[in-house]
Design a protein around this ligand. Structure first.
Ligand code: GUN
Length: 285
C-alpha cells in the first residue's frame, strides 16, 4: 500500500469535540442549538440515518426533535409541519429526510424550509449562495469531503480535480467547493465518453456515483488523492464504496476508506451547520 488513509472517524471525533465546546459556549449565552428531523414513512435505511443524526445531536449537547409520520402523510400536512418549525425559535436546523413518499413533491418541501434553517443545504437559495460565493449552508457530504482535504493540508490551488457524479446533493456542490478553492474542475457522469482519460489527469478524484468499482487502479495517476463518497454493498453484503479500494490504494497518495471515510463526516457537518445556524441568531439579536 502506498496511499495514506484519510480517517473519517478520527476527523469526525475531533470536529465533534470542537462542536461540543462551541455548543457549551453558546449555552452560556442562553442558546441551545436545536435540530428538527422529519421522517415520513418506514424506509429502513432512513430510519438508521435519522437515529444517527439525533444521537449526534445528543452527543454534542444539542437539542433535537425527531418527528416520524406514516407514509399516508399528505404534502399539505408536511408543509404545515415545516412552516411550524420555521417559526419555532428553539429550532435552528430543519432536516426532512429523503427520499419522501412518491405522492410528496420533495423539492417543494425543501423550498418551504427557511434558508436560515436549511442545514442540509438543499434549498435553491443555499445552492445559489454556494455558486456565487455568498454565505449559506453547504450540503453536508461535499462539505465533509472538503474538510478531509483540509485535514491533510492539501492545497487545491491550480490542481486538477475530477468529480465523478453530477447529483444536486454531492457532485454539483462538490465541484463548486473545489472551484472556490481554485482547483480546475471537471465533472464526469454516465455519459462521459472516456472517464479513464479524465481521471488519469486528476490530482484529486471524488467518486460519487453509487456504483461499485467505478474507479480502478489503472484509472488513477500515481500520488493522486482519492475521495470515495459511495455507499454500496458487495456480493458478500459488506459495505463498500465506488472505488476499488484494494487496487487504488496501491497507486493513490491519499485515499478515504469505506466504511470509516466520508460516511461519518456527513453527520458531523450537519452538526457544524446546525451550530452555525444557532450562532447566526446571535448576529440577528
Ligand atoms: N437522504 C440521504 N442522505 C440525506 C441527507 O444528507 N439529507 C437528507 N435530508 N436526506 C438524505
Amino acid at each position: 500500500m502506498t496511499a495514506q488513509l484519510i480517517d473519517g472517524n478520527a476527523l469526525s471525533r475531533q470536529l465533534r469535540e470542537e462542536v461540543a465546546q462551541r455548543v457549551s459556549a453558546l449555552k452560556t449565552q442562553g442558546i441551545t442549538p436545536g435540530l428538527a428531523v422529519i421522517l415520513v414513512g418506514e424506509n429502513p435505511a432512513s430510519q438508521v440515518y435519522v437515529r444517527n443524526k439525533v444521537k449526534a445531536c445528543h452527543d454534542t449537547g444539542m437539542h433535537s426533535v425527531l418527528e416520524t409520520y406514516p407514509d399516508s402523510m399528505t404534502e399539505a400536512e408536511l408543509l404545515a409541519r415545516v412552516e411550524a418549525l420555521n417559526a419555532d425559535p428553539s429550532i435552528h436546523g430543519i432536516l426532512v429526510q429523503l427520499p419522501l413518499p412518491a405522492h410528496i413533491d420533495a423539492q417543494k418541501v425543501i423550498e418551504a424550509i427557511s434558508p436560515e434553517k436549511d442545514v442540509d443545504g438543499f434549498h435553491v437559495a443555499s445552492a445559489g449562495a454556494l455558486m456565487t460565493g455568498l454565505p449559506g449552508f453547504w450540503p453536508c457530504t461535499p462539505y465533509g469531503c472538503m474538510k478531509m482535504l483540509e485535514s491533510i493540508g492539501y492545497d487545491l490551488r491550480g490542481k486538477h480535480a475530477v468529480v465523478i457524479g453530477r447529483s444536486n446533493i454531492v457532485g454539483k456542490p462538490m465541484a463548486m467547493m473545489l472551484l472556490a478553492k481554485d482547483a480546475t474542475v471537471t465533472i464526469c457522469h454516465s455519459r462521459t465518453a472516456d472517464l479513464k482519460a479524465q481521471t488519469l489527469q486528476a490530482d484529486v478524484i471524488v467518486a460519487a456515483v453509487g456504483r461499485r468499482n467505478v474507479l480502478t487502479a489503472d484509472m488513477v495517476k500515481p500520488g493522486a488523492v482519492v475521495i470515495d463518497v459511495g455507499m454500496n454493498r458487495n456480493d458478500e453484503g459488506k459495505l463498500c464504496g465506488d472505488v476499488d479500494f484494494a487496487g487504488v490504494k496501491e497507486v493513490a497518495g491519499w485515499i478515504t476508506p469505506v466504511p470509516g471515510g466520508v460516511g461519518p463526516m456527513t453527520i458531523t457537518m450537519l452538526m457544524v451547520n446546525t451550530l452555525a445556524s444557532a450562532e447566526n441568531t446571535l448576529l440577528r439579536r
